[in-house]
Ligand binder design. Sequence first.
Ligand code: ADP
Ligand code: MG
Length: 388
Amino acid sequence: MKNNENELNRKVRNSFEEKFSQKPLLVHAPGRINLIGDHTDYNNGYVLPAAIDRGITMALAKNGTDTCRLFSLDLKDMQEVSLNTGFIRSDKGWANYIIGVLDGLNSRGTRLEGFDAVFSGNIPIGSGLSSSAALECAAVMGISELLGESLDKEEMIHIAQEAEHKFAGVNCGIMDQFSSVMGKEGHAIRLDCESLQHEYLPLDIKNAGLVLFDTKVSHSLGDSAYNQRRMECETGVSVLRQFFPEVRSLRDADAEMLETVEMPETVFRRCLYVIEENERVVKAGTYLKSGLGKELGKLMFESHDGLSGLYEVSCPELDHLVTEAKKLPQFFGSRMMGGGFGGCTINLISDEGREEGIEKIRSSFGQRFGRELGVYHVQAVEGAHVVT
Ligand code: ADP
Ligand code: MG
């Protein structure tokens, strides 16, 4: 698994040296999976993610000017950013994640200097594996390290998240950036998104493992729906608070409270999903600790039902994958992962009959949608780091 990263690092380093004739600093930040707990992070709830062996590598060196020259190796696209004119959104989507980080560093008082950067990644883009967070985290770690600015990890996470809010227009929670920075090899992270308290749980389930199925439906059209869900949850909280002042976010609410107040039906369903999902994540953590794969898998199926039925962020391709997995004995669990409207499912599959199970899903997906299913095997890895 380290090989993936090494190869990417080599490619980015070579390209930087060719382009800018300097020895760069190299950083790598991973994407992430999430076993269970989606749309809970911005509701101050619980999640169970892990950083994965696919990520973004960025090479950087100072250039002695007041300009940053940013080069996307995958898109063969260059963006120059002047440090003298204030930071504004670019019409190049990819550049905004880095400009957002520059803006964040600037506002917290970092003395910025011009630099050159080249980056590339091996995370499928828009698949819900959080290539955007990996890009932000590589940028914040790379730039701060280059400038000798000692940021703690929590600051990096917040700057990266803010870049996504302000420059990509997605009001995401903290899970993606937290996972990319804090990942640990072989472990999932049980994270409380309110306190940021977290615990590393070994990601080894007896006789079973994970596999991702990619619908290759890009979720990006779901950005506005994502922000809308967030607003619906906020509406739910403001109604609940009138009767239960102790409810600051949905993590403080339970289903009984929800039943006693009146709110629009849609808002009710959104809140119910979040409340139930939080309970599932807590249980899932204990099952993972005890290596109870089947029990964990059952919660994953339930999570999908909630995301599809109550929260309404699934799509026909994701629903199909989960429905088919449910029919096969190899699949302990399956659910859509990430914001929704496309991207991947995450599946807990038994070692016995694994390949056969995957083939069955692959062929049924192909038949139904006339497209090839993406199948990814991922490992849990350490979070963002300087490459030495
Ligand atoms: P996800 O985070 O689920 O992969 P997003 O839509 O949130 O999807 O982020 C994807 C965006 O991040 C891309 O459209 C692009 O702007 C940027 N990005 C991610 N990886 C790369 C890359 N390797 N090269 C250039 N831009 C990238
Ligand atoms: Mg993203």
